[in-house]
Design a protein around this ligand. Sequence first.
Ligand code: MLT
Length: 439
Amino acid sequence: MLATVTHQCYTKAKFKGKLLCCKKKKTAIMMEEEIMFKVNDNYQKLPGSYLFSTIAKKVSAFSQANPDKNIIRLGIGDVTQPIAPAIIDAMHKAVDEMGDAATFHGYAPDLGYEFLRSAIAKNDYQARGCDISTDEIFVSDGAKSDSGNIQEIFSVDNRIAVCDPVYPVYVDSNVMAGRTGEYDAKTETWSNVIYMPCTMENNFVPELPKETPDIIYLCLPNNPTGTTITKDELQVWVDYANKNGAVIIYDAAYEAYISEDNVAHTIYECEGAKTCAIELKSFSKNAGFTGVRLGYTVVPKELKCGDVSLNAMWARRHGTKFNGAPYIQQRAGEAVYSEAGKAQLKEQVAYYMNNAKTIKQGLKDAGYTVFGGVNAPYIWLKTPGEMTSWEFFDYLLENANVVGTPGSGFGPSGEGYFRLTAFGSYENTLAALERIKKM
Ligand code: MLT
């Protein structure tokens, strides 16, 4: 392929390629590949598409081929219950404010409105005895963005450690940044990532890695296994990180589902966590904001690399790349902490946890080996017989018309496991179980 550029253009652009110059026309003809821009090659290393996009495509193909089938979706952890009335009221009020010049709000403060940041500090931290202040909280459009973006403030030389299986965003965002080395399709692992297997053999509790990582991702209660660790076990990780100069990126998106007393609601309940941990929080799962979009990240001021403050770095990043979560959403977030909001959300969480209990018991009755579902809205089951995770996905879709998530999609140690979400409606949850029992 040949490309034509003007001679003037050629002189300015210092092309290195072979020049086939036509003086009369004052044009220079270059080999096209020599003048192409370059892409971020790291993206080319990513195998396949994002897990939940792959599943959506498969389900859509099945649905097109079987239009008469009523598919029940218990795959992606998307909520189904409506936004609580106290939150809807707050949103309506905020919408009205936006329609009046006297109360209209333009760009939000890039780190979040004070009214929301102080409600978060007071309710999620100070009420639990954790000394987290307003200026350590950064409001965002959701924990998924933050969990993908946070790696940006760390050098590309850092080595990450992840639980296996793991929420795919942590690994994929590090692949995009060029931090993970090469992909081995056979083992489905990256050469520069430290994997911490979490399987039934170790009761889904990650062990301290043999090689020392710089950045440790922990999601507790865990997505996808629905299991968690005790506060004492978490303290071991905090001590390890402080001792080894590592940082923990702690995803607490499922905190509202904790039912057992010995589980920490925030990593800052552990002594020393402020010098080694960043916490990611979401409003998606506790308040049903998957479609509203709101989350926040805590970066303590004591968290430093030498003299460099990570709090200041994240503030700089936020200021440059983010224009603040919308006013209406932030008022909705504030209502999560109102007395009425808290009571209504407690009921909503209980509704989903009743689904979790129903799925877990139903699967046990049907002879499955099941985990999770006590402190998290996910049920993690062992696939029957020798079925792989994807084989069971197809089997379930074809025979019960139920969608779940293959464990292997979360990492090699997820092979042979399968995830069902408790975020469906109770009616659909019951119907799915009836169908599974009949398979
Ligand atoms: C999941 O299904 O794992 C979650 O819904 C994904 C997410 O929260 O982004």
